[in-house]
Design a protein around this ligand. Sequence first.
Ligand code: FES
Length: 577
Amino acid sequence: MSDTTAPGPRLRSSRWYGGLDRDGFIHRSWMKSDGYPGDLFSGKPMIGICSSWSDLTPCNSHLDEVAEYVKRGVWEAGGVPLVFPAMSLGETQMLPTTMLFRNLMSMAVEESIRGNPIDGVVLLGGCDKNTPAQLMGAASVDIPTIVLSGGPKLSGKYRGEDLGSGTSVWQFSEAVRAGEMSVDDFLAAESCMSRSKGFCNTMGTASTMASLVEALGITLPENAAIPAVDSRRRVLAHLTGRRIVEMVHEDLCPSRVLTRESFANAVRVCAAIGGSTNAVVHLLAIAGRLGIEFSLDDWDRLGRDVPLLVDLMPAGKYLMEDFYYAGGLPAVMRELGDLLDLEARTVSGRPLREQVVTAERIGDDVIHPIDVPIREDAGIAVLRGNLAPDGAIIKPAAASGALLQHTGRAVVFESIEDFKARIDDPALEVDADSVLVLKGCGPQGYPGMPEVGNMPLPKKLLQRGITDMVRISDARMSGTAYGTVVLHVSPESAAGGPLALVQDGDVVSLDVPNRSLRLEVPEDELARRRSTPESGPSEYVRGYARLYIDHVQQAHLGADFDFLVGSSGDEVKRESH
Ligand code: FES
């Protein structure tokens, strides 16, 4: 019995399944071994579900379940769902830092999509780096694409208090070091903080990226905040499966959804939600894949004057579960109104305006009305000066107002290991006015730009009640962290940036209102200190880490590989012979 019919020509998958020759036989026959009837290869859209599920990525460990609901929607709409693995980056498990592997995952995603008989793709992600890595890869292929996030954890609960992923850990660990919390209590809080599946429940990087992909228009509405275990996350998955099949028929590719206007919307939304500083490198990298002109200075210019509306940890007090009940991201975007380009296209096929016009804000506490914001100017600030010629960033909403204009003497650490070895040394010459400077943690220097920029304060100052100091590095920081922390200094120290020249006792001036970061050392002295830059640590002589060091761009360009910028499209240039 023959059960094969040639599909229509317009589907990409017809290249694999449309031929009545030897190659068509092979492509179909091996798929039929999994029980697919032949008529499924006759013009039905093949929908890839790119899943970053892994037991080693606890925040994504439920994505296999979520994928089942996406499949329901795809089948219902007349497509054929095919789940395939992407690399999975477990933020809390993977060493030395998942950022080292973001670009590698993006390559795996890009080549998996391009090389397979896929007409449209659902990117199923969650934990921090998975979302940008998947979208970077898919953007470089540019077939119809929709993102679905796994959703946040339920709020942590401990002795009547809400616990926020990450944020509470930083607070508790400082309390233990200051002698204000017992180790027994510290350990008891562990399981209370992570009591359900899902990504971090604070406005950390995962929640930020889930929000920003919604603001970019590349998800269905409400993607950001529906808790991972809420049945409405399953409904969203089902609807996402339905919609991607329609998008294939409409040929609605990322390049038609993701525009300069949508990136501008994402920057403004990032300010309003108090989003993670990590979004800076991720959005720059995604835009780079699409050839969209979007720079570090756009972050400052577009985010300036956008008020902080969402009162979530780490900058505030509530959590993602509260955010969902308060109306979620659609309510924030409605509140922002004309600060956004509401005509921006979305994967729904309709402009953003239609998605947010009916959104409702429940109460004034979690999402503030725009005329009563939490603070007026919440955008990420971009600093420049002789210490950061290509820029550095700070999140004023998470900083201490009194330190935003500050001059102090540098206490310098040459590496994170040096920092850990000396920070609690009673003999360390440091006081509350000092500026902690950390080198060697940029993209090339670590390598991988780890989240160590929010350096813990010296124990002796914590015990005196000091809770914040100016800290400067070429590292990133966790989106769940807080403090007056200058990050992403570019060029980094390992690439010969001026950060490498700072010495103990040098005077450093931070002036956030005037966007300035200066090393108050005469230029002739800096010239004397200058030597030939190294290109990352020399012990990496082979493998991926070497490739990374040789090709990663600086933070102000998104830390993507130089050879990955742009798109290769969906065409596979050679046949299988
Ligand atoms: Fe996975 Fe925070 S560690 S989202």
